[in-house]
Design a protein around this ligand. Structure first.
Ligand SMILES: [Cu+2]
Length: 128
């Protein structure tokens, strides 16, 4: 009577490598810029032009405070409004003017913004 029951431990090794590589597709993508300056005094400029796009459409930032300069290079008014209202928004930025928007990011994540004047005019701040 030598009954050995061997139970193989099921090793569920399923590496899920989700490689986030969004290779284009969106016509709104106009590249990225990385903020400069100390964490609590980062700066970056986002242009808003006649093509109704934010340029660049992605700002790479660190946790901290960023002064985003919304710079209207065109003639028609734009604004920059975060979807998360707590992050803030500019007023109307008339043609050939700019307005600074100071935003504090307390955690990492992707924070999207739009122009309320132009449907589809959008960008994001990626905080790491
Ligand atoms: Cu606009």
């Amino acid at each position: 009577m030598t009954g050995f029951v061997t139970r193989a431990a099921a090793l569920l090794a399923v590496p899920l490598l989700l490689v986030g590589c969004s290779g284009g597709g969106s016509g709104k993508d106009t590249g990225s810029v990385t903020t400069t300056g100390a964490a609590d005094a980062q700066t970056a400029t986002v242009d808003m032009g006649a093509d109704l796009k934010f340029r660049p459409s992605t700002v790479l930032a660190r946790v901290g405070t960023v002064t985003l300069t919304a710079n209207n290079t065109g003639q028609v008014p734009h604004d920059l409004v975060f979807d998360d209202k707590a992050l803030g928004k500019t007023g109307t930025v008339d043609g050939k003017t700019s307005e600074p928007l100071k935003v504090t990011f307390s955690k990492a994540g992707t924070f999207t913004f739009t122009c309320t004047f132009h449907s589809g005019m959008a960008g994001k701040v990626v905080v790491s």
